[in-house]
Design a protein around this ligand. Sequence first.
Ligand code: NDP
Length: 332
Amino acid sequence: MRWILMGASTIAAEHMIGAIRSQPGASVHRILSSSPGRAAEFAATHGIPHHGSDLAAALADPEAGAVYISTTNEQHRAQALAAIAAGKHVLCEKPLAMTAGEAAEMVLAARARGVTFATNHHLRCAGSHRAIRALIAGGRIGKVLSLRIFHAVQLPAHLQGWRINDAAAGGGVIADITVHNADTARFLLQDEPVSVVAKMTASGLGEGVEDSAMSIWTMSSGAMVFSHESFTHPFAGSGLELHGTAGSVFARGVMSQSPLGEIELVTAAGREAIPFTRDDLYATGLAAFLAATRGEGAPAASGEDGVRSLSIALAVRKAARSGTCCPVTFPE
Ligand code: NDP
């Protein structure tokens, strides 16, 4: 499968080019940037054979079968719809779009065109998260009562651009990290939130957008979820805790782009370290995506998963803005 990258981005450079190249038969064929100079430079740096700024010309390339979209968030929708119309399979970064309705439109377009469309929610590809999900599914913690997600980190200096000062490009920690927490909660609990309360603030980095948020969600099962995300916490460390009637899970360092962290299960029998696989998260997601394009199974996170994670994040932002409890609704 030959890939077009839309977006000369950090995530493409740091993770996705390597993930694509790790897959048998997959190659990075072309880079598309809004700047011809940046496209040429990115192509030279990463050894990509084709580059340019013309979306239509890129999509007219019959050799390319798939597109990975990692531009700023407000561009995802138009680029995805164009790629889908050209019959390309699309792996799109989160958040899929600026509104849940736009994201749902992308999913419907892909379904109508018969191409694979997926969301790059990497955390559900982590061995750690899969091990925790298996503990829950295996009944090791009993009935789930609560999930606390700690995802307050320090945004690296080289990413302190549109994320902290450009609402029109989809900036803000809720669009950036709450969507991942939403997908994590859905993946682990196999349940949906029905309502949320929230607070958000700018605590040193955000200029016109929030850089920190805390929210509490009620899941349809009645379980409660606490979600904390930030760009301004250098020493907090990430993790999650899951508490049930028969046990608790303490997972440190697992809200990461790398296969890191430790998991401990605590039950009446004592403390138990839980082993998990340490495969590359993005390569794992790529493998599932490529299999899906061959009709073998589903992507790790579908387009519908991306619609839902965005819907939850937008409900959190609405709740924080309004100071009220907001229902979580999903587009048809
Ligand atoms: P970047 O800021 O690195 O890149 C976004 C866009 O900014 C690029 O497409 C590029 O535009 C432009 N850009 C890059 N470098 C420059 C420059 N030197 N001067 C001017 N413009 C520049 O974004 P990220 O890689 O951090 O994020 C991109 C997308 O990926 C977002 O949607 C984000 O939410 C998502 N993401 C997902 C992650 C995950 O784990 N799933 C992790 C990180 C990000 P152009 O292409 O036009 O050249």
